[in-house]
Design a protein around this ligand. Structure first.
Ligand SMILES: *Cc1c(COP(=O)(O)O)cnc(C)c1O
Length: 231
């Protein structure tokens, strides 16, 4: 298992580097987030040993167990799943960055919980750039509003945007969504809202991360290409 993961990590990092270079970007401007949902601690440890320094979890309970077992690893844990307001407490406790803030209600609850934890919570706003019937995320206009409102919360820091395009067999189909997210981030940046940074663009998964890097991703969320098919 360890050898396969090591080979996979190397290949993904090589591909990220190549895509960054094609786009005239520094490879250091892109971080690989190993999406470790349903993946056991030993596999996470193997990915760490191969060079992954950020892991993304989608389920609070699973993450609580895993981060406990792996508390010795000097890694960042990110939350990349849909976050229910009633789990905000745990999310603020465990995660360096939450990629999936998509409502003011959730932002307010995270702000409150971050205050209790004595931290400032870094978050991304999840945008449904396609505006189609995707499950989660705010539409682009809603994202601007949400950023404006959430920017006023004292224990929260908006670091950028995240998107998850509708699944397609052809990764080229994701490109316009990635371009739209990058454009929206530039628009929000130009509003110069105090305390808001658009430093991070979380986009790209196993089937389309190279396209995402070409379009400006700073965080690519890759699971299957590292750990194999999920059961
Ligand atoms: C599961 C998941 C991923 C990883 O998907 P792969 O196709 O396995 O790389 C990325 N982002 C989010 C939000 C996910 O839920």
């Amino acid at each position: 298992m360890g050898h396969t993961i090591q080979r996979n990590v190397k290949e993904v990092l090589d591909r990220i580097r190549a895509a960054a270079e094609r786009a005239g970007r520094s490879p250091d401007s892109v971080r690989l987030v190993g999406i470790s949902k349903t993946v056991g601690p030993d596999a996470v440890r193997a990915a760490f040993e191969a060079g992954v320094r950020v892991f993304g979890e989608n389920f609070i309970q699973e993450a609580r167990e895993k981060t406990n077992v792996l508390s010795d690893l000097p890694v960042e844990w990110h939350f990349t799943g849909h976050l229910q307001t009633n789990k905000a407490k745990y999310a603020a406790r465990m995660f360096h960055l939450i990629h999936t803030v998509d409502s003011l209600k959730l932002a307010r609850e995270l702000d409150k919980r971050a205050n209790i934890e004595g931290k400032v919570q870094d978050v991304l706003v999840q945008v449904n750039v396609a505006g189609e019937a995707a499950k989660w995320g705010v539409d682009p206009a809603g994202a601007v509003e949400l950023v404006r409102e959430a920017a006023r919360l004292p224990n929260m820091r908006i670091r950028g945007l995240m998107t998850m395009p509708p699944f397609s067999d052809d990764p080229e189909d994701s490109r316009p969504h990635f371009q739209a997210l990058a454009k929206l981030a530039r628009e929000i940046e130009s509003l110069a809202i105090p305390g808001v940074s658009m430093a991070e663009l979380s986009m790209g998964m196993t089937n389309d991360y190279e396209f995402a890097v070409e379009e400006g991703a700073t965080l690519v969320r890759v699971g299957t290409a590292l750990f194999g098919e999920r059961r």
